[in-house]
Ligand binder design. Structure first.
Ligand SMILES: [Ca+2]
Ligand SMILES: [Ca+2]
Length: 133
């Protein structure tokens, strides 16, 4: 009975430079044990959108000086999705901003002021951000 180590060397020797021509062949050569009476197969696992993004922090804070012109960048929220490719793309949406005081860049998560803030009217503005994948 051959060991995996000995078989790998045999495959590499038999295939010559072919094993170095692509990563696929390298993987096959490492994994497969070829004999006269055996075949090899590889199953590729494809990602599914089975994870939701999670924010890097539960609470983000920022300060702004009253009467600053609108459009001031205040903070950036970041959510990470452990899936791959399109399944890992995250978009951001504001929730609970009834006065429309804030804007959010849906792809970058940058929150900016949508109005001039007045300290005498309100000293604290809160909102929630929802992520979607
Ligand atoms: Ca996902
Ligand atoms: Ca996944």
């Amino acid at each position: 009975m051959e060991t995996g180590h000995r078989s790998t060397r045999a495959v590499n020797a038999a295939s010559g430079n072919r094993a170095l021509s692509s990563n696929h062949h390298c993987v096959l050569d490492r994994i497969c044990v070829f004999t006269a009476f055996a075949a090899c197969f590889v199953v590729s696992v494809v990602d599914q959108n089975d994870h939701s993004p999670t924010f890097s922090q539960e609470v983000y804070t920022a300060t702004i000086v009253e009467n600053s012109p609108r459009g001031q960048s205040l903070l950036r929220v970041v959510a990470v999705d452990p899936d791959v490719g399109l399944n890992a793309e995250v978009t951001y949406h504001l929730q609970d901003d009834p006065d429309g005081l804030l804007n959010i860049h849906s792809l970058l998560g940058i929150i900016s002021s949508a109005a001039e803030f007045d300290f005498e009217t309100s000293q604290l503005v809160t909102a929630k951000v929802r992520e979607w994948d």
